[in-house]
Design a protein around this ligand. Structure first.
Ligand code: PLP
Length: 452
C-alpha cells in the first residue's frame, strides 16, 4: 500500500500552527507510507522569486525546466510570471499545457532535432539559441521566422558542471562568422546568451561573460545587423540557503556589468536559472528498509550498511558528478552513539551507493532519512531501473502564500487542500475565507484554468 494517495496537482495548505517539518512528519507517519517522497515548500519558490526581483530587477528569469519539471514548480513559477527555458519539445509541451503563452519561452538548446524545431514553429515558440552553422541551415528550412540568440562560451573556473565543453561558440573567433552566415540566410539574430556553468560560485565569471557578449553585439553592428536587443545571462546561480551571500555578490556583479556594457534600456536582459529556484524548496525523505551489520573477526561491530528506497538511479544520480548528499535521521538522536555507516540505494547495482563513510546513530528498519536542498537535478534525472518508483512530490504552502496564488493561473482554488499536519485531510473549511470557496469540491482534480 502507498501512503500518499493524492494527485501531485494538489498543494497542501499549512495551518498557522504548522511548519513544513510538521507536514514531513505527518506524511512519514501516514499509515502505509513507505515510498520515498519529496516535500516541496512552495513558499520557498515564492521567496526566491521575490529575492530575484529585488536583487536583479532588470533581469527577467526564464526557469530552466530541465532542473525540475514537477508540476508544482512549473505552476508556481507560471503563476509568478516567470518565463521558461525549454530544451526539448517535451519541455515546451509541458509548459504550454499550463497555458503559458509561447512568447514566454526560449528554446535554449543550441543543437535541436528537426522534429523539435518543427514543433516550436507550429506552436509559436519563436525564440531559440544556436552556436553552429548547421543549426542555422536547419532553422532556415524549418522555422525561418524564429528569432535567434547566439550562445557563446564563457566558463567559470569554479562551477560544479562545465557546460562549455559541449555548447557555446568562441565570441571573438567564431561569432562573427556565424553572424554573417545568419545574416546572409535572412535569419534574424536578436541577441547573445551564455552559461558560465552549473553550480557556479564565482561572480567574476558573469562579468567576463557579459563583456564577451558586448563584443558580439559590436561585431553584429559592424556587420550591419540592427536587430540585437537581447542579452541572456544564462543559469548557474546557487540555490541553497548557505549560498545566499554568494548569490548577492553575483547579482551585484551582473548589475554592474550590465550597466557598464549594456547601459541602454533598449536591450532586454533575461536569464535561465534552474537550481536557484528549486534547490532549497525540496526535501527528500527516504525509508530505511534493510540493514546489514559489518563485523570484524572478533564479532565487533565495524559499521552498518543501510539500504534506502531511493538511490543513484533515482534522485541521487548526481552522485556520478561527485555531488555529495547527506541524510539526517528524521527522529531526534541527540546523545546517541554514532556508528560508521554507508547508505545504499535500492537497486541490485554495486554503484548504487548514496553515502559513504558517514557517522549515523543506529537506525531501526522503517526509519526515515531526510535529505535537504534536493530540488535541483534530482527527481528530474530519476528513472525506474529495477522497478523502483520515482519519488512523488507532496507540496505545501503557507496560508498567506496560498492567498496570493489561489486565483493566479495556472492555479485555481481547487488545487489547494489542507495539509496532513492539520489532521483534517479532506476539508479546507478552516482555511478558506469566503463561502464561495467553501462550495468548491476540493477532492475533484480540475484542469488548470489559464488566461494570459
Ligand atoms: N540554461 C541551459 C542552457 C542549461 O543547459 C542549464 C543547465 O544545464 C541551465 C540553463 C540551468 O542551469 P542552472 O541550473 O545551473 O541554473
Amino acid at each position: 500500500m502507498q501512503g500518499l494517495i493524492e494527485p501531485e496537482d494538489y498543494v497542501h495548505v499549512l495551518g498557522p500552527k504548522h511548519s513544513v517539518l510538521d507536514e514531513l512528519r505527518a506524511v512519514c507517519h501516514t499509515t502505509g507510507q513507505e515510498d520515498a517522497f519529496y516535500l516541496c515548500d512552495v513558499d520557498d519558490i515564492v521567496h526566491k522569486m521575490q529575492l530575484w526581483r529585488q536583487l536583479l530587477p532588470r533581469v527577467r528569469p526564464h526557469y530552466a525546466v530541465k532542473c525540475n519539471a514537477s508540476r508544482v514548480v512549473l505552476s508556481t513559477l507560471a503563476a509568478l510570471g516567470a518565463g521558461f527555458d525549454c530544451a526539448t519539445k517535451g519541455e515546451i509541451e509541458e509548459v504550454l499545457s499550463l497555458g503559458v503563452d509561447p512568447s514566454r519561452i526560449i528554446f535554449a538548446h543550441p543543437a535541436k532535432p528537426a522534429t523539435h524545431i518543427r514543433y516550436a514553429a507550429g506552436c509559436g515558440v519563436n525564440l531559440a539559441t544556436f552556436d553552429n552553422e548547421e543549426e542555422l541551415y536547419k532553422i532556415r528550412a524549418l522555422h525561418p521566422k524564429c528569432k535567434l540568440v547566439l550562445r557563446i562560451r564563457s566558463d567559470a573556473e569554479d562551477a560544479m558542471v562545465c557546460l562549455g565543453v559541449k555548447f557555446g561558440c568562441d565570441a571573438e573567433r567564431e561569432a562573427p562568422r556565424l553572424l554573417r552566415t545568419a545574416r546572409d540566410l535572412g535569419l534574424q539574430v536578436v541577441g547573445v546568451s551564455f552559461h558560465v556553468g552549473s553550480g557556479c560560485r564565482e561572480q567574476k565569471a558573469y562579468r567576463a561573460a557579459i563583456r564577451a557578449a558586448r563584443l558580439v553585439f559590436d561585431a553584429a553592428a559592424g556587420l550591419g545587423i540592427r536587430t540585437m536587443k537581447l542579452l541572456d545571462v544564462g543559469g548557474g546561480y546557487p540555490g541553497e540557503p548557505a549560498d545566499e551571500q554568494v548569490f548577492l555578490q553575483m547579482a551585484d556583479a551582473i548589475n554592474s556589468a550590465v550597466a557598464e556594457y549594456f547601459p541602454s534600456a533598449d536591450v532586454d536582459v533575461i536569464s535561465e536559472p534552474g537550481l536557484y529556484f528549486v534547490a532549497s524548496a525540496f526535501r527528500l525523505a527516504a525509508n530505511v528498509h534493510s540493514k546489514r551489520e559489518v563485523r570484524g573477526d572478533a564479532g565487533e561491530l565495524k559499521g552498518v550498511m543501510y539500504y534506502i528506497n531511493d538511490g543513484v538511479y533515482g534522485s541521487f544520480f548526481d552522485v556520478i558528478n561527485r555531488r555529495r548528499f547527506r541524510g539526517e535521521p528524521l527522529e531526534p538522536h541527540d546523545g546517541a552513539e554514532l556508528v560508521p555507516s554507508s547508505v545504499w540505494g535500492p537497486t541490485c547495482d554495486g554503484i548504487d551507493k548514496v553515502e559513504d563513510d558517514v557517522k549515523l546513530p543506529q537506525l531501526e528498519l522503517g526509519s526515515w532519512l531526510v535529505y535537504n536542498n534536493t530540488g535541483a537535478y534530482t527527481v528530474a534525472m530519476a528513472c525506474t531501473f529495477n522497478g523502483v518508483p520515482v519519488p512523488r512530490v507532496h507540496s505545501v504552502v503557507s496560508t498567506d502564500t496560498w492567498m496570493q496564488l489561489r486565483d493566479r493561473a495556472p492555479f485555481s482554488d481547487a488545487h489547494f487542500v489542507p495539509s496532513l499536519a492539520t489532521g483534517r485531510r479532506h476539508t479546507s473549511a478552516s482555511l478558506v475565507d469566503s463561502p464561495r470557496r467553501l462550495a468548491l469540491q476540493l477532492q475533484v482534480p480540475v484542469q488548470y484554468q489559464v488566461q494570459y
